[in-house]
Design a protein around this ligand. Structure first.
Ligand code: FEO
Ligand code: CA
Ligand code: CA
Ligand code: CA
Length: 541
């Protein structure tokens, strides 16, 4: 058979050397990495932007937030989709050096978190910039008012002020953005009830005048991202990780199919459906356990076995009583509901991605100590994490059973002579603490790392270098180091143009000299970076 027409997407880049600790974004030969959108940059029309002097609310409400994380690219009607579109990205936390907290401290902090929507465009020489003054440019912040939808809306309240802890994100088949609130704590503004946070929030980037909605039917926990699978009948499943120590893996299946013909018909789709949590059986089979009140022990007087990691060996786990009287109770206390229903406690589920062949991958970033191992979480102490994958029965998003295996155990080479729990089975370039993961439209798997310990004198960085991004072969598990971040940062956010000639990557919380603007430094800023090939061919190829 002849090779397929069009560009060649096979992976040929020359992998970067290990243990790189440069204070820059390091990319392979023939590539460039260019800063596109930094914390404090102009966003909304009329914004002045940060230029070295710390800013306060209300100026901060119009400019880029801090700590860029999850991200997605949206094409625009009438624009060449490889040369322009909307980039939507999360601001997980503040870039404190850009903020003056002497004025309006709370609202200034809250304005630096949330989401940015920016229109971006590519010049003929390949460089990208933000289109200043675009009507799409918008900030959703910790001060914005959000609507609340779904079965827990009446218990939470019809509106909530602020979206917080916007870690990773996902998109929908109908072109909206799902920003995921990673913690259920509200640590900045105690006048708001904690029940208002820990949700998936749906944003329509094409309608700047619309109000974003917290979708309670998808459950309340330490959301990482969402990834969807769709079948021939337009039924959809959304997969979600709970980045907790430990946490469970979930899927939400809307009751109705989505409508590809009429976008407006999909805007309430995430308010009605079935929430499941995953049970990974030791024999490689799996079950989706329904989290519906009245089923699977979700009743009044249920016993939560507890979060049984970090418990001294030998201690008897008594469990605590928890009442599930309504579906709102299940959705507000989803972590407890999953444990009561018998879901498997995983080593901190971070991003999930659905491959072009419908294999689903999830990064399990690490776990300090675990009381009981399982086949799906085989290390009692797992400082480097692993990647799990599964296939739904009949490749259906509606399946209630699946089969699973481990793609890889992260960690050091066997030759290093390290202890068993820190030795991995990665072929090629080893890494630790996988977090961001995405299979691109050409079926290529990318993994990004977040070793929390980024001190260059400590063992993680000495062993692996700075946080990085890797290509991983899904058949062989072979890994190739593609990009290394500057000092102190984690690498996150994977987005791209449809032709894959431009990748957008987020550099979160760099802390030395990279991307500083203030004279003398001290304000290394989080940023979205464009990664592209100088010859204009697809990234990775
Ligand atoms: Fe915000 Fe789980 O990373
Ligand atoms: Ca982060
Ligand atoms: Ca993360
Ligand atoms: Ca992480």
């Amino acid at each position: 058979t002849p090779p397929p027409a069009g560009p060649d997407y096979s992976v040929t880049f020359k992998p970067l050397p290990g243990k790189t600790v440069a204070d820059t974004v390091t990319v392979p030969e023939g590539y460039v990495a260019e800063v596109l959108y930094s914390a404090g940059d102009k966003c909304v029309a009329g914004s002045v932007g940060y230029a070295g002097v710390a800013q306060s609310f209300p100026a901060t409400e119009t400019q880029a937030g801090g700590q860029h994380d999850g991200m997605h690219f949206y094409p625009l009607d009438g624009v060449d989709q490889n040369k322009g579109g909307l980039l939507v990205l999360n601001h997980e936390n503040v870039d404190a050096a850009t903020l003056n907290l002497g004025v309006e401290a709370t609202r200034t902090n809250l304005s630096n978190v949330g989401v940015s929507v920016i229109e971006i465009a590519r010049a003929d020489n390949g460089t990208w910039s933000v289109k200043q003054g675009s009507r799409y440019n918008k900030r959703y912040s910790g001060n914005t008012v959000y609507n609340v939808g779904g079965p827990a809306a009446s218990a939470v309240g019809r509106t909530v002020v602020g979206t917080l802890n916007n870690c990773a994100s996902g998109n929908t088949p109908w072109g909206t953005y799902l920003t995921c609130e990673e913690t259920t704590n509200n640590y900045w503004d105690t006048t708001q009830d904690a029940k208002g946070y820990g949700w998936v929030v749906e944003i329509d980037p094409y309608e700047p005048s619309s109000t974003a909605v917290k979708r309670t039917a998808m459950g309340r926990f330490s959301h990482e991202n969402t990834a969807y699978m769709v079948d021939d009948n337009n039924r959809v499943a959304f997969y979600m990780g709970d980045d907790s120590t430990p946490g469970c893996i979930y899927k939400f299946v809307p009751t109705k199919a989505y409508d590809p013909a009429k976008r407006a018909n999909n805007m309430g789709l995430l308010d009605e459906g079935t929430l499941y949590a995953a049970r990974f059986n030791d024999d490689g089979s799996g079950n989706w356990v329904e989290l519906t009140v009245g089923k699977n022990n979700l009743t009044a007087g249920a016993t939560d076995p507890g979060n049984y990691t970090q418990v001294a060996t030998g201690e008897v786990i008594k469990g605590t009583l928890v009442d599930f009287n309504t579906q709102a109770d299940v959705l507000i206390d989803t972590q407890k509901a999953a444990r009561v229903a018998g879901a498997t406690l995983m080593d901190r589920p971070e991003w999930i991605t659905v491959g072009v062949d419908n294999t689903v991958y999830c990064t399990l970033t690490n776990n300090g100590s675990r009381r009981r191992t399982s086949a799906s979480n085989p290390r009692a102490s797992n400082p480097h994490g692993h990647i799990i994958r599964w296939n739904e029965a009949n490749d259906s998003p509606l399946a209630t059973t699946f089969t699973w295996d481990l793609l890889l155990l992260a960690g050091q080479d066997k030759e290093d002579g390290a202890a068993a729990n820190v030795t991995g089975d990665i072929k090629g370039d080893e890494f630790s603490c996988p977090d961001g993961i995405r299979v691109d439209p050409k079926g290529r798997l990318w993994v990004q790392t977040d070793m929390g310990d980024t001190n260059p004198n400590n063992s993680y960085v000495k062993t692996f270098g700075n946080n990085s991004m890797y290509y991983v072969d899904q058949e062989t598990g072979e890994s190739k180091r593609f990009l290394v971040g500057p000092l102190g940062c984690e690498i996150t956010g994977i987005a791209y143009t449809p032709d894959l000639t431009t990748f957008f990557i987020n550099i979160q919380h760099p802390d030395k000299t990279w991307n500083t603007v203030r004279s003398g430094g001290g304000d290394a800023r989080s940023a979205t970076v464009v990664v592209r090939r100088k010859d204009g061919k697809p990234v990775g190829a």
